[in-house]
Design a protein. Structure first.
Length: 351
């Protein structure tokens, strides 16, 4: 049996803006997605996921056909990224993500006459909450299958496969989620002159110095997928001189400088966290109920910001990064605390 696991993540700063060539910073966390695979004596492929409530059996040919259909749908969506076109990519199958991850992996790492496999996926990463659940899955399944069939899987190969899988799930993802799941620690992202997203791994001890005392809370899963939120908000950050985008870019750049400093600057940290939170609120991805909790944190002397795509409706919007005041406030008790290590390891594969 082969076991591969990849980390969940939180975007410290730069969400949404990174899709418009702005910098971003993300951090791997100790919540993980684990894929276990073993060979069968027949061509069948079984997949089980407790988190998704799935237990399915496929043929290799059916998975390859499904993935090819999704590829073609995504190519059409890329030319005209509208919500109705993304719906044709994402579909309504509850096992869509699993089928895409299996299909991409089998296409790249196996031959037509190979034996099948049993796949079991376990994840403690909350779904639809900005913690990178699909990005971690998109990394660990290809890594496990490559190892099972004795194939070399470089970081470049895994990055490419995971990016494809994430596209089929989210439409036009930035690449932050699966890259952080793969590399671990804290990652600084920046577009190069060709528009490619470049990732720089920062020392893990940055978290202990600058993020000391930070807490993560789960505000509840968003009603919309990341892809749906992006489709509906992308135009609000368009334009060469967009003031909201400029504010996001400036705040993220200042936050990056702060993380690289030799000494912690708590007042500046709290101010930048609050500034970016206000930008996300202006973008329309923070529910009113979450805004109320953030204001309560700020009035008590702390700061908080949403991490990830957010939501367009409802009360849940995923991950909330909180630099709590002392003493703690009652408003945070409404959310589930996520107690997990910061700057965690990336992909790990074992036999």
């Amino acid at each position: 049996m082969i076991e591969a696991s990849a980390a969940g993540k939180v975007i410290l700063m730069g969400e949404h803006a990174v899709l418009h060539d702005c910098p971003a910073l993300a951090m791997a966390i100790g919540l993980r997605c684990c894929a276990r695979v073993s060979t069968r004596n027949d061509p069948q492929i079984t997949a089980r996921s407790d988190a998704l409530g799935l237990n399915r059996t496929y043929s290799r040919e059916a998975l390859l056909r499904y993935t090819e259909q999704v590829r073609r749908a995504w190519a059409r969506y890329r030319l005209k990224p509208l919500s109705q076109d993304f719906a044709r990519v994402r579909g309504s199958d509850p096992d869509h993500l699993l089928k895409c991850a299996l299909g991409e992996s089998l296409h790249h790492f196996t031959e037509a006459n190979c034996l099948g496999l049993d796949l079991s996926v376990h994840s403690d990463i909350p779904l639809n909450a900005g913690f990178g659940s699909s990005g971690a899955l998109a990394v660990c399944i290809p890594a496990a299958i490559a190892s099972l069939y004795g194939c070399e899987a470089t970081r470049t190969t895994l990055h490419r496969l995971a990016m494809n899988i994430e596209r089929y799930q989210h439409g036009q993802p930035s690449g932050i989620d699966h890259t952080t799941a793969l590399l671990g620690s804290i990652i600084a992202f920046q577009r190069d002159h060709q528009g490619a997203l470049q990732a720089s791994r920062l020392p893990a001890n940055i978290a202990a110095l600058h993020l000391a005392g930070a807490q993560l809370y789960h505000t509840g899963s968003a009603r919309e997928s990341t892809g749906e939120v992006i489709v509906h908000t992308r135009a609000r950050l368009a334009g060469r001189n967009n003031p909201l985008l400029a504010k996001m870019r400036q705040t993220t750049a200042q936050f990056s400088q702060l993380l690289h400093a030799a000494q912690a600057d708590r007042p500046q940290l709290l101010a930048l966290i609050s500034d970016y939170q206000r930008a996300l609120e202006a973008l329309g991805v923070v529910p009113e109920s979450v805004c109320d909790v953030v204001r309560a944190v700020e009035r008590a002397g702390g700061a908080a910001k949403l991490c990830g795509a957010g939501a367009l409706s409802g009360e849940g919007a995923g991950c909330l990064l909180v630099f709590p005041p002392a003493p703690a406030i009652d408003e945070l008790a409404a959310y589930r605390r996520i107690d997990t290590p910061f700057a965690a390891h990336g992909l790990q594969v074992s036999v």
